[in-house]
Write a protein that binds this ligand. Structure first.
Ligand SMILES: *Cc1c(COP(=O)(O)O)cnc(C)c1O
Length: 387
């Protein structure tokens, strides 16, 4: 295994979240026991919300952020179930697994939808979106995934925001796997509802997700009857932002960790993090391609935090995964049959050695494919692998 003295059980996470976190983020989890109705806990919610808004490109004068205890899908479901009025309709731009998830959430809440299906790993056709909006005045909202994590494709937010604003419709963005590491500005990109999570490119711990939106959007929610109790965005906004006390018990320790992760993100700055991730992705991509591995997407459509690749030869995903896992590296399967074979993410605190070690492990595992059976790597007493 690749553990360090600070974290002897460390596994290198090359899955798209949860990620390897900074030691300070982990340390923040071990703060004092506390009560969520006390002023310090309530101040924490306000502070974290404010920092999330800043990462989204907004400030307290214009925007608020509502935090949910739950993974990214919780905040996503809060938005989809809370913002579309009874006589409204959601247009979903679907080019992968998470586009499909938006549809499934809307279906559960019996929200009328129109699906524009482009196909997995197929870029959005903005002219088709333009025509769909022009053709149906009942469409009130457009839902899109910024980084479609299933394929690794980055969708064009700025152009889409301009388009939906021109048509006077609201834009709901699943920015769960992009926020913090890709260019995104809720004001410039005219995003009405921006959804994110703690444990991907913000490099926090799993358990907190959030919605950032302009104050007047939250104000407009009063006109939409609640479809859920726990995830009612209007009620959570009222309690958390307007009345300064969370509606329910938040995961305070995870929030403390997120607060620290946000400090690190704001100190680094999104552009620097984008560059850091781009350099990591370039190492992974060059490493895989030099080994004859084909990447799913052309460079211009790739997000900076994930590489989707096809496995050639006779090796299965499970064999690759298990061989890498035994050496301390976790990769991720793809979700669709035609969308590559495996994904390697580079979110979180990864070192140069993590990536060179991954590529060495990849060589060992794929060499195993040719010359089986082999000896498992020998563990030394300090936990390092003897290669
Ligand atoms: C990770 C992810 C989600 C949410 O997944 P959770 O398991 O609920 O955190 C939603 N959308 C996208 C694009 C994602 O990458």
């Amino acid at each position: 295994m690749t553990g360090t003295s600070a974290d002897p059980g460390r596994v290198v996470l090359l899955n798209p979240g949860p990620v390897n976190v900074h030691d300070r983020v982990r340390a923040a989890l071990g703060g004092p026991d506390e009560c969520h109705r006390e002023p310090e806990a309530q101040a924490l919610l306000g502070t974290v919300g404010g920092k999330v808004s800043r990462i989204c490109g907004a400030g307290p004068d214009t925007h608020a952020t509502v935090l949910f205890t739950g993974s990214g899908t919780a905040a996503l479901e809060a938005v989809v179930s809370s913002v579309v009025p009874a006589d409204g309709r959601l247009l979903v731009l679907d080019n992968g697994h998470y586009g499909e998830r938006l549809l499934r959430i809307a279906d559960v809440h019996r929200i009328p939808t129109t699906r524009l299906e482009f196909g997995w790993a197929v870029p959005l056709d903005l002219d088709a979106v333009d025509r769909a909006l022009a053709a149906d005045p009942d469409i009130t909202h457009v839902g899109v995934v910024h980084h479609e994590t299933s394929t690794g494709m980055l969708n064009p937010l700025r152009e889409l925001g301009r388009l939906t604003a021109r048509h006077g419709r609201s834009l709901v963005v699943d920015a769960i796997s992009s926020l913090g590491a890709e260019e995104l500005d809720v004001v410039r990109d005219r995003i009405d509802w921006c959804v994110g999570t703690a444990n991907k490119c913000l490099e926090g711990m799993p358990g907190i997700s959030f919605v950032c939106a302009p104050h007047e959007r939250f104000g407009g929610l009063a006109a939409v009857p609640a479809r859920t109790f726990y995830l009612d965005l209007a009620a959570n906004h009222r309690a958390q932002v307007l009345n300064g006390s969370p509606q329910f018990t938040p995961a305070l320790q995870v929030l403390r960790a997120l607060d620290t992760a946000l400090d690190l993100a704001l100190a680094e700055g999104v552009p620097a993090r984008t560059a850091r991730y781009a350099a990591r992705a370039a190492t992974i991509r060059a490493g895989l391609e030099s080994r004859g591995i084909e990447l799913l997407l052309p460079p211009e459509h790739r997000a900076g935090s994930l590489t989707n690749a096809r496995l050639s030869g006779g090796m299965t995903y499970d064999e690759l995964h298990d061989g890498l896992k035994a050496r301390g590296y976790v990769i991720y399967a793809t979700q669709g049959k035609s969308a590559g074979t495996f994904r390697v993410a580079n979110m979180g605190r990864l070192t140069d050695e993590d990536l060179s070690g991954f590529l060495r492990a990849f060589d060992e595992v794929t060499a195993d494919d040719v010359a089986r059976p082999t000896q498992p790597p020998v563990e030394t007493r300090d936990g390092a692998v003897n290669r």
